[in-house]
Design a protein around this ligand. Structure first.
Ligand code: AR6
Length: 182
């Protein structure tokens, strides 16, 4: 599924983010930037040890929830990995929506600053961090749409790479709701 937002393409795809041929892929990291399971584990496995080495050297204090940092991408096809830290879901009344939106916004800003014309995101916070996928999908897509509408310098392609059918369906429904397209 694909829509045009103010000259850029916003696309939903099913698959494995480590295989994407884009300028930057986004990781769903933790605030210690310590690696882990899920998409984080997959990125470090496929990208090799260089990524963790760079994280330790450049960001020894980790990264706050709602923010993101950049490294090279080791053996991956992408040029950069943007390590974004989404919130752990605790009922939705602890600032989770704002922190999730901020993780996406910061990632898009960093991608733009690094001259990336294509970026791939996973569904941040909806795995181990327990964010209900319907709500997270709306926030993720709304944040990307606002960025693409409001920023002059921006990526030409933003692709969500969703790992399973249920997640893909949730994003497809949210995108339809938000844009009236699809
Ligand atoms: N490509 C795309 N999506 C994937 C992949 C992949 N290769 N593998 C899993 N997903 P999660 P979180 C999906 O748990 O909720 C880690 O331990 C997965 O199905 O990776 O933000 C970190 O170190 C789900 O839809 O991230 C943190 O401690 C989505 O990616 C913590 O988990 C996000 O699930 C972060 O939790």
């Amino acid at each position: 599924m694909k829509v045009q937002i103010d000259g850029s393409v916003l696309e939903l795809a099913k698959g494995d983010i480590t295989q994407q041929e884009v300028d930057a892929i986004v990781n769903a990291a933790n605030s210690r930037l310590a690696g882990g399971g899920g998409v984080d584990g997959a990125i470090h496995r496929a990208g090799g040890p260089e990524i963790m080495k760079e994280l330790r050297a450049r960001y020894p204090n980790g990264c706050p929830t709602g923010s993101a940092v950049v490294t090279g991408a080791g053996n991956l096809k992408a040029r950069y990995v943007i390590h974004a830290v989404g919130p752990i879901y605790r009922g939705g009344t602890h600032g989770e929506p704002e922190k999730l939106a901020s993780a996406y916004r910061t990632s898009l800003q960093l991608a733009t600053e690094h001259g990336c014309s294509s970026v791939a995101f996973p569904s941040i916070s909806t795995g181990a961090y327990g964010y209900p996928v319907g709500e997270a999908a709306r926030i993720a897509l709304q944040t990307v749409i606002e960025f693409l509408k409001n920023e002059g310098k921006k990526p030409q392609l933003v692709r969500f790479v969703l790992f399973d059918d249920a997640t893909y369906q949730a994003y497809a429904e949210a995108l339809k709701e938000l844009t009236g397209q699809g």
